[in-house]
Design a protein around this ligand. Structure first.
Ligand SMILES: Cc1cc2nc3c(=O)[nH]c(=O)nc-3n(C[C@H](O)[C@H](O)[C@H](O)COP(=O)(O)OP(=O)(O)OC[C@H]3O[C@@H](n4cnc5c(N)ncnc54)[C@H](O)[C@@H]3O)c2cc1C
Length: 384
């Protein structure tokens, strides 16, 4: 049951079929392995390659380049459905297909596409993106990684922190400062001076991995410059919109799953001779969580219709992520409360979903950064 016209959530038959396919795959393949991935803190690479076989790794890449040729709504559908089963696995998919593939596709030339695209679309190579550093995250312009020109390319020095897919990754889109201006490079594990740093263990989203990346006099051929020198901020900003939107879709998937679990539990579990769902305080958790979840759904899909390579919508994507991040975490929290002691334990999944949900308030921009961006953009473009 969802509020809003189906044409908003499934604008075409293709979108509806995509949703059915990913939902089935999530129920049959992704969800059953989620607990194991969470416990181990590892990415299920075999499963990831099955996602490649479904043709999902290049969801936004045009069909003539080997992708699915779909739009931001399709990317939202995939992350929404996957995150009902395993948001951690979904985050690995997001880092690969949104942070690397989508960004790379839009800023690479034909020769670079020829060299890298097939490998990442088939899942032979795993991709990721390195923006954050040990000493900077939100203040991205303060990044310390440098690029210097050499006779045949560039040499990069610096460290990248909290990089999703860092452990398994073969290729990364790396931002560095060249003459003080942020520039994008494609760096793979064959580049001399590129190393994987420490593995970073995390609270949630444990179905994907995270590590530091080390660039120590890392030699990059001139052919690995993405776009033009000094244009990295343009690529970064354009891609952040779909990144934030799909992260918001992850929160929605988490909230949907938590609703299902808490409503079922409150009907089945009894106390004082009646089902839990007869108690007004439990009804408050359920009713308010449902209203939040439906508001998330309408906002995410409404914004998705206005995000694309040629459509700028930072206000929409920041608003969607700001609202959904906290709403998703609150719905997961309410689910734990409705389930009482069982909610705090592994069996009913909501404690894992709560830990996963918290990341969305931090990754891809903190909620504070969205508040800052929104105030700036609304003042300048809407009410100014
Ligand atoms: C699980 C996980 C996966 C990640 N994956 C990736 C990845 O694949 N690639 C990548 O590049 N990065 C990744 N990140 C990094 C993530 O994007 C950063 O953690 C995030 O941008 C915040 O940066 P920070 O951690 O340095 O926090 P900081 O920027 O140090 O912020 C710390 C606190 O200060 C607040 N703050 C900072 N500046 C301001 C301000 N001007 N006004 C008000 N408050 C402010 C922040 O909101 C936050 O509450 C990942 C992080 C996590 C946890």
């Amino acid at each position: 049951m969802q509020i809003g016209p189906d044409t908003l959530f499934n604008p075409t038959d293709e979108h509806r079929m995509l949703r059915e396919m990913v939902a089935d795959f999530t129920t049959n393949e992704i969800e059953p392995q989620a607990e194991e991935g969470d416990r181990r803190g590892t990415l299920n690479l075999d499963l990831f390659r099955q996602v490649a076989e479904l043709g999902l790794l290049g969801i936004t890449v045009p069909a003539e380049h080997g992708g699915a040729g779909m739009d931001a709504t399709a990317a939202v559908i995939v992350l929404h459905e996957m995150s009902k089963g395993d948001p951690g696995f979904g985050l690995a998919y997001l880092a690969h297909s949104m942070l690397f593939v989508n960004n790379f596709f839009h800023c690479s030339n034909d020769e670079q596409k020829e060299r890298y695209l097939e490998k990442v679309l088939t899942g032979e190579w795993i991709g990721g993106m390195g923006m954050t550093e040990p000493a900077i995250g939100t203040d991205v312009l303060g990044m310390a990684t440098t690029a210097k020109r050499t006779d045949d390319g560039y040499v990069l020095n610096g460290r990248k922190m909290f990089i999703t897919n860092g452990v398994e990754g073969d290729v990364f889109l790396i931002y560095a400062k060249l003459d003080g201006r942020i520039t994008a490079f494609v760096v793979d594990t064959t580049c001399p001076g590129f190393e994987k740093g420490q593995v970073i263990h995390k609270m949630g989203m444990r179905g994907s991995t995270m590590s530091e990346l080390v660039l120590d006099d890392c030699q990059i051929p001139a052919a690995n410059l993405l776009g033009e020198e000094g244009q990295g901020m343009v690529h970064m900003m354009r891609n952040l919109e779909i990144e934030r939107l799909t992260l918001a879709a992850q929160s929605l998937g988490i909230a949907d799953k938590c609703m299902e679990i808490m409503v079922t539990y409150a009907q089945e579990r009894g106390a004082f001779g009646q089902p839990l769902n007869r108690f007004g305080q439990i009804q408050k958790y359920i009713g308010e969580s449902y209203a939040k979840t439906e508001a998330m759904r309408c906002l995410v899909y409404n914004v998705a219709g206005n995000v694309g390579a040629d459509i700028q919508n930072r206000i929409g994507s920041d608003a969607a992520k700001l609202f959904c991040a906290t709403a998703g975490k609150e719905v997961a929290d309410a689910a734990i409360q409705v389930l009482g002691g069982y909610g705090y334990c592994e069996e009913y999944k909501v404690e894992r979903l709560y830990r996963d949900a918290k990341l969305i308030e931090i990754g891809g921009g903190t909620i504070e950064s969205h508040q800052k961006n929104l105030t700036k953009d609304l003042t300048r473009f809407v009410y100014g």
